[in-house]
Each structure stands twice: as structure tokens, then as C-alpha cells.
Design a protein around this ligand. Sequence first.
Ligand SMILES: Cc1cc2nc3c(=O)[nH]c(=O)nc-3n(C[C@H](O)[C@H](O)[C@H](O)COP(=O)(O)O)c2cc1C
Length: 160
Amino acid sequence: MNRAVIFYSLDGNTKDAAQKIAEALGAACIEIETAEPMPDGKASRILYGGMLSSLKKRPPIKPLADDPESFDEIILGTPVWAWKCAAPVRSFLADYAVADKVTAVFTCSGGADDSKCIADLKTMLPNIRCTVMLADRNSTYANGNAVRLKKFIAQLRDAE
Ligand SMILES: Cc1cc2nc3c(=O)[nH]c(=O)nc-3n(C[C@H](O)[C@H](O)[C@H](O)COP(=O)(O)O)c2cc1C
């Protein structure tokens, strides 16, 4: 099966997970990038990104390196922003008509709860079969990431 891991990452956590998943599955790994850079500084990023996500805004993104429509299945990765998916992921889903191809989602969050983010994504993605929540590298929950990621990858392998 022709699969792609497509992700957005502002601070590298989701990117790190995306690369591990793609490598384990032999899948393409494609980054979503905003057309304009996000502001510098943690507080500005949280304020601006939080506002974008709260209001379900869709900031312009660059064209992806590969056409997502050319893949059979997409594994989507997003940081949790304001209890939702990151705004550039919403842009991706608006720009490319591939929602039906997304069968799995992984999230990276500062806390230990991505339920609202997954509920938000499920309103746009009808075919999600498995999900995993990973914690930011600076979170106390990050020590469980390796086990959660391994289980997620095993589920994806079983689904092949
Ligand atoms: C704009 C913004 C909003 C965030 N909102 C949340 C949130 O609602 N809940 C949470 O647990 N973490 C939140 N975080 C923390 C990120 O989800 C967390 O740091 C994640 O690991 C970042 O992934 P990345 O390194 O791939 O960008 C937020 C971070 C940013 C920048």
C-alpha cells in the first residue's frame, strides 16, 4: 500500500514522530509548512497560533512537496493547539480533498489529553481507525512516548 505521513510541526516534536513512523512503515514523509513564518518567541506563538486554531482559521500553506492525492492512505500528524488541530493542518484539509484517505492520526501535546483535538478532527475525517497521543519532549508524560509510538506503528502495520 502506498502510504504517506503528512504532518505539521512548529517545534519539532511532531516532525520527530512523523519521521519515525514513516521510516518504520517505509512511507513517504511530507511536511506542511505555512506560507508566512510563525512569529518568534514562545508567548507570541501561543497567542497567535492559539487564536488561529480557536477561530478555526486556515493560514495559507505552501504547496506540498508531493501530491497527497497520489497516496492510498494518509497518516496525519498535528500538534494540539488550543485543544484543536494546529491551524495549518486545517488549511491542508481545506486545500487538498484527501480527508477520506486519512486513516490514522498522531498528536503531540503539552499535556496528557488530546480528546478534544481528536473529536475536532473526526468531524472532518470520516475514516480514522487509529490514533495516538504523544507528549511534548518537555512534558512529564514524554517518557511514555516510545511505548505509545511502538503500539501505534504495530497497529498501522497490522492494517496494511
Ligand atoms: C499555539 C499553541 C497552542 C497550544 N495549545 C495546546 C493545548 O491546547 N493543549 C496542549 O496540551 N498543548 C498545547 N500546546 C503545546 C503543543 O501541543 C506541544 O508543545 C506540541 O508538542 C508541539 O508540537 P511541535 O513541536 O510539533 O510543534 C500548544 C502550543 C502552541 C504553540
